[in-house]
Design a protein around this ligand. Structure first.
Ligand code: V47
Ligand code: SF4
Length: 374
């Protein structure tokens, strides 16, 4: 793979610079923030798809992963008020909820005897809950489903409750591990740049806090995911610097399992006036993300956010994981206007989607070990 992949009509200097990046990727070398910005700004989709597929194929072959999972969203009350969020509601609002432990037990019981392997638990930051409330939620799920992997609580929920309970992050994780916590999801990262954060989520945990929660998780042997929220007011440089911070932490801890680009969905929130970026921008972003992370094996195209058709395309731009069956148990994206208003997919549908993309469907567990090849 040489610089000849680059379009001929581009000005010579630009072609040469893109050519250097192509050669780096072909030689399995790390690209820089500057390179990523250049790919965002100047590379065409055909080149991005080729490069992303090269990187993805090197790591994952033809495998595309999914899992059998369900979500529990204990509450959508939240002490914060992120401007992109369509999900949180004030107490007493007709669309607000707080699940009791009995309701959580009942929800988990629906999956008893099924072959679901993961419970994804995440919600708003309840103003009154302490570390014991979070621990009890995990315990209840583990009592009903002892074999199921519990991936629970974003760094935002954890940062708030650890502080409130006077625990360092590592002490907090020790407590939750004793209840059965296995890993943590990637939410709350948004964009790390403090100027952007001040505008879109001024009152919640900072980039440094998000990163230190994940570092502490990794040091306690708890793996985690990482996200980026793109397509609002950020620049390409903000995206690239955000990814660099995550890549740097991964060099230290090796605790991130996957990276998940989350597209800003604009319905029903104070940033609605921004609208949404195009599908082409989504595909470009999957590709640059895949090319950038030489130390995170998996890039997730989260189908309830993207829609099923677009997920198929994301696979052609470097994504190798499409999340799971979900079973209509999450409201975060339906409330923000996503096409999938009742997100649920059977294994047949997931595997068909992957096969139609010319890839091999692989059911995975939460640590990305293959359970079954379809
Ligand atoms: O942190 C909220 C995002 C996140 C909107 O780890 C929005 O496997 C777009 O982190 N438009 C929570 N995004 C969801 C999350 C997640 C999802 C799927 C899988 C995993 C995983 C994690 O959702 C929030 C925020 O970044 N979000 N509102 C919105 N209007
Ligand atoms: Fe709360 Fe999360 Fe919504 Fe922010 S994104 S307001 S932290 S529920």
């Amino acid at each position: 793979m040489q610089a000849m992949l680059v379009e001929r009509e581009k000005p010579l200097r630009l072609t040469e610079s893109l050519g250097v990046i192509v050669e780096k990727v072909a030689a399995n070398q790390r690209i820089t923030v500057e390179d990523a910005v250049m790919l965002y700004e100047d590379a065409d989709l055909a080149l991005l798809s080729q490069l992303a597929n090269m990187v993805c194929g090197r790591i994952n072959g033809s495998n595309i992963y999914f899992n059998k999972n369900f979500h529990i969203e204990p509450t959508n009350l939240c002490v914060y008020s992120c401007k992109f969020c369509s999900y949180h509601k004030a107490a007493g609002h007709p669309q607000s909820w707080v699940l009791s432990l009995e309701e959580i037990r009942e929800l988990a019981s629906r999956y008893k005897g099924s072959d679901v392997t993961e419970a994804h638990i995440v919600g708003g930051v309840h103003p009154k809950w302490n570390i014991d409330n979070y621990g009890e939620i995990i315990s209840v799920v583990k009592q009903v489903l002892p074999e199921v992997h519990v991936k629970a609580f974003s760094a935002i929920e954890l940062n708030y409750v650890f502080r409130k309970s006077g625990l360092s992050p590592r002490e907090g994780f020790k407590r939750l591990k004793a209840h059965g916590l296995n890993s943590i999801p990637g939410g709350g990262a948004e964009i790390f740049d403090s100027g952007v954060r001040a505008k879109i989520c001024p009152d919640k945990a900072s980039a440094e806090e998000w990163l230190s929660i994940h570092e502490a998780a990794h040091l306690e042997g708890i793996t985690s995911n990482a996200t980026i929220l793109y397509g609002h007011i950020e620049t390409y440089r903000h995206r690239a610097e955000h990814m660099e911070a995550i890549r740097n932490l991964q060099d230290k801890t090796h605790g991130f399992s996957c990276f998940i680009p989350l597209k800003f969905r604009s319905a029903n929130n104070p940033l609605s006036y921004l609208g949404e970026v195009s599908l082409l921008e989504d595909l470009k972003n999957y590709a640059v993300t895949r090319i950038f992370f030489d130390n995170i094996d998996h890039i997730k195209a989260y189908w309830p956010m993207l829609g099923i058709e677009n997920t198929r395309l994301a696979i052609a731009f470097g994504a190798d994981d499409i999340d799971g069956t979900i079973d209509d148990t999450t409201k975060i994206y339906s409330m923000a206007g996503a096409e999938e208003q009742k997100p649920a997919m059977t294994v047949e549908k997931l595997t068909q989607l992957i096969r139609e993309s010319g890839k091999v469907p692989v059911e995975r567990n939460s640590l990305y070990h293959a359970i079954k090849y379809y």
